[in-house]
Design a protein. Sequence first.
Lengths: 178, 364
Amino acid sequence: MNPLVTPDIGLIVWTTVSFGVLFFLLAKFAWKPIMTAIDERERSIEDSLLKAEAAKEEMARLTSENEALLKQARAERDIILHEAKRVKDQIVSDAKDIAHKEAARMIELARVEINNQKAIAMADVKNQVATLSLEIAEKVLKQQLADQKKQDELVSQLLKEVNIEISDFGIAISELEK
Amino acid sequence: MYKSSILKSKIFTLLQICAVFLTLTSLSQPAFSQEKTPESTENGVEKKFEPSEVILEHIADSHYFHLWGDVAFPLPVILYTNKGLEVFSAANFEHGHQDYTGKYYTYRLIGDKINIVGANSELTESSTVFKGSSLIDLSITRNVVSMWMSILFLLIIFFSVSSAYKKNVGKAPKGLQSFMEPIILFVRDDIARPNIGYKYQRFMPLLLTIFFFIWINNLIGLVPFFPGGSNLTGNIAVTLVLSVITLLMVNLNGNKHYWKHIFIPADVPVWIWPLWWVIELVGIISRPFALMIRLFANITAGHIIVLSLISLIFVFKSLYIAPVSVAFVVFMDILELLVAALQAFIFTLLTALFIGTAIEEAHH
C-alpha cells in the first residue's frame, strides 16, 4: 500500500491527544472569554444604538414641544401686550376725561367766584359812588347856598321848572281831554 | 459543489502549468544539454537523481527534523512492542545506515519506517512485523513536533487575544486582537450561523479550533525550512483524526429527527428499510471520509507540485531552468496560500453543515 495513504498509528495517537489538549485549552481559556466578550460588546453596541435612537426621538419630541411652547408664549405675549396697550389707552383717556372734567369744574368755580367778587366789588363801588355823590352834592349845595341871592335865584329857577312841568302837565291833560 | 469546483480549478491550473512547461522545456533543451556540467559525485560514481523518491521523502513523516542542507536533528523514538516499551534517539540509526539493538529487538530504519529485523540482523523484513513480534511506532516524529509547535503558536496567539479582550472590555480591538476578530467573526457569521442555526454557540469552540488548527498547519507546511518543512495537514493520519472528530461530533449531537430519518424513514416502504440503512450508513461514513481525503489530497498535491517544480532544476541538471522553476514555485506558493485558507474554510464549513443537518428540527 502506498505509504502516503497509510495512516500511522503513532501519528493518529499523537494527533488525537494533541488536538484534544489544544481543543480543551482553547475552548476553556480562549474561545469562551473571546466569544463572551464579542457577544457582550455586540449587545452593548446594539443597546447603545437603540438608546441613541431613543434619545434622538426624545430630542425631536422636546424640540417640537419647545417650539410649541415658544409659539404659545409668543401668542400669550402678544395678547398681554395688546391688553396692556388697551389698558394704557383706557387709563390715558380716563385721565384725560377726569382732567377735562376737573378743569371745567375749576373754571366754573373760578367764574362763579369772579362773578361773586365782581358783584361785591360793584356793590362796594356803588356805595362809594353814592357816598361820593352825596358828599359832592352836599359840598356843591353848601357852596351854592352860601349867599342869599343865589338861593333865591335857585328857588325861582326851581319854581320855573315846576311851572314848566305843570304846564306840560296841563298840555298833557288838555290833550287827554280832547 | 465546492469540492468539484475547487478540484476543477486545481486541475486546470495544473494543466496550464504543464502546458507552459512542456513548451518551455522543448524549446530550451537543446541549448542547455550542451552546457551540462559534471554533478556532485559520490565515490566517483554519479548519483542519479530520483525526483519521486525525494518528493515522497519530503511529504512523508520522518524520524529526523530536517533543518537545512545536511543538518537534521534526530527525534526520539518510542516503540511499543509486544515485549514492552522502547525509547531511544533516532540518532542511533545514523540515517538508516546502522541498525539499533534495543532491549527487546533489533530495529532498522527502512524508508524512514522502523522495522524489526531478525536477531542475526542480516534478515531484512519488508514489513514492520517480524515473526511473532508486533510493533506500534509511537515516536515523536517530525509531524508530531511540527504539530506541537503549531499548537504552541495557536495557544500563544489566542491566549494573548483572549487577554486583550479581558483588558479592553467594551473597547475597539487593538493589534493582534483586531487581526483575529474578523476571522473569528467570519467563522461565526459565515460558517456557524448560516449552517447550524440558532444553536451555533455550542459548536463555536470546535469549529474555531478546527479552522485555526488546519489553517496554521497549512501555512506552516508552506514554509520550506524550520519551523516548517513538515506536511502535517497533508498527512492522512491527521486528516483522519480531524474527520473522525467531525464524524463523532455530528452523530453524537444528532437529534431524534436525524436518527428517525435514518432508521424509520417516512414515505419509504418497510421492505426497503434494510437497504435504506445501508445507504444511510455509507452516507454517515462517506461525508467525513470525503473531508479526510479532500484536505489530505489538496495539501499533498500542492506540496508535490512545488517539489516537482524544484526538482526540475535537478532533473535538467541546469541552473538556467532555475528562474523558470522558481517563478512557477512562487506562483504555486501564492496559490497554496489561498488553498491553505480555503481548505481550512471548507473543512470547517462542511463540519458545520453536517452538524446543522444533524441537529435540524423537524419542519414537516
